[in-house]
Design a protein around this ligand. Structure first.
Ligand code: MN
Length: 198
């Protein structure tokens, strides 16, 4: 079964003014769709991989034939990361609560310090990539990855991720990645993050 582009869980304009409509349309309809198409095209060359889940492929990249390994890493990673990213945003944001907030405080002293450190990781990622909050036992830690790599490739489970490729923010924020990060806090789906943290 070929991989398919998941529908957004909200309208393209739902995250305005923080993430603009046109960025969402191009990001989802062009960029994410291209990752799906390229992944499917690569997998067509190896019928023995048919039926493997994305997680299977990406957490065992060494088992992927070498001629398509980089393509699967980049485009499979792109499909995985974006499928998660859309769910991590919502027009009804708020703040983390319960066990998630406890873990954030335990790991980073307080919520404000967590946000500062996460922003530093997002802004400091040179070129294209992602900032992540990952589950680390009963605590949480911040990592960043280049390109479309996912923490799962290193055996870590992401509970929050921020796309800092220029395509994610350039139309509205141009070179001001820090402003994009500041605005993005207004649309984080903390309920989804709590679900992933459980
Ligand atoms: Mn992206």
């Amino acid at each position: 079964m070929a991989f398919t582009l998941p529908a957004l869980p909200y309208d393209f304009g739902a995250l305005e003014p923080h993430v603009d409509t046109q960025t969402m349309q191009i990001h989802h309809g062009k960029h994410h769709q291209a990752y799906v198409n390229n992944l499917n095209a690569a997998l067509e060359k190896h019928s023995e991989l048919a039926g493997k889940s994305l997680e299977d492929l990406l957490t065992n990249l060494n088992a992927v034939p070498e001629d398509i390994r980089t393509t699967v890493r980049n485009n499979g990673g792109g499909h995985w990361n974006h499928s998660l990213f859309w769910q991590l945003m919502t027009p009804q944001s708020g703040e983390p609560t319960g066990a998630l907030m406890d873990a954030l405080k335990k790991s980073f002293t307080d919520f404000a310090t967590f946000k500062t450190q996460f922003k530093t990781a997002a802004v400091g990622r040179f070129g294209s990539g992602w900032a992540w909050l990952v589950k680390d036992g009963d605590k949480l830690s911040i990592v960043s990855t280049p390109n479309q790599d996912n923490p799962a490739m290193d055996g870590k489970r992401a509970v929050l991720g921020l796309d800092v490729w220029e395509h994610a923010y350039y139309l509205k924020y141009q070179n001001r990645r820090p402003d994009y990060v500041d605005a993005w806090w207004n649309v984080v789906n903390w309920q989804k993050v709590a679900e992933l943290f459980k």
